[in-house]
Design a protein around this ligand. Structure first.
Ligand SMILES: *Cc1c(COP(=O)(O)O)cnc(C)c1O
Length: 226
């Protein structure tokens, strides 16, 4: 798992060879300095994921304009305004209230922001994300016309922190099943509802087998974090 020995370019090229074409690779660069993001950029990487609002705005200010920024952390409503001018994707939306705020802030900049609803699939306790039942309920109330500056694109989830691959596979499988249910049910008229963000450095191959369309990979590209 420790990839510090290989260069960032080597890690990216090796991942790109393994990841199927229909799956997007998001380079998770939290805590890493801009110079390392530029190394990834130089090898063709354009999708970057960040977890912290201030760190993201600082990096956005100094890095190339054609980077597509993905916010993957927990987002507080009062901080949406700082990233709304430029962020492309927000993966971890965990309430319709937050979705409403994102739409409002995006409208001030005449932008559409791609959003994914976070679902809590791991066995561990977590404050963040909808349960499957909560999301079914919210979906039944969902009215796209209330969110004119949002493209609702799919679901995001994180598997348990475990080495038990059967547990991980079954959690990803549950998320994919829920995604299919919503895509063919309450969201069948939401044409953008096509993305499933699941899989990180340690579990992305399982996530891809289970139907992921976006993997969020940090340490396998940039090395372990402190
Ligand atoms: C940090 C993080 C990742 C990347 O984790 P790695 O194990 O370094 O690949 C992916 N998704 C989220 C939500 C994260 O916070």
């Amino acid at each position: 798992m420790n990839c510090n020995m290989a260069s960032i370019a080597e890690n990216i090229n090796s991942l790109k060879k393994q990841v199927p074409e229909n799956v997007q690779l998001i380079a998770v660069s939290k805590t890493k300095p801009p110079a390392l993001l530029l190394e990834a950029y130089a090898s063709g990487q354009r999708l970057f994921g960040e977890n912290y609002v201030q760190e993201l705005t600082e990096k956005h200010a100094v890095l190339p304009d054609d980077i597509e920024w993905h916010f993957i952390g927990h987002l507080q409503s009062n901080k949406v305004k700082y990233i709304a001018p430029f962020v492309h994707w927000i993966h971890g939306v965990d309430s319709l209230r937050l979705l409403r705020e994102i739409s409002k802030q995006a409208s001030k900049h005449n932008r559409i922001i791609h959003c994914m609803l976070q679902v809590h699939i791991a066995s561990e306790e977590s404050k963040f994300g909808f349960s499957a039942d909560e999301i079914r309920q919210e979906c039944s109330l969902f009215d796209a016309s209330e969110f004119p500056n949002i493209a609702l694109c799919g679901l995001m989830g994180m598997a348990s922190f475990t080495t038990d691959v059967d547990v991980i596979r079954s959690e990803f499988n549950h998320l994919k099943t829920l995604f299919d249910e919503l895509q063919h049910g309450p969201f069948q008229h939401v044409r953008t509802f096509t993305a499933l963000s699941m899989g990180m450095s340690s579990d992305w191959p399982i996530a891809v087998e289970e139907g992921s369309t976006m993997i969020r990979v940090g340490s396998a590209i940039f090395g372990t974090r402190n």
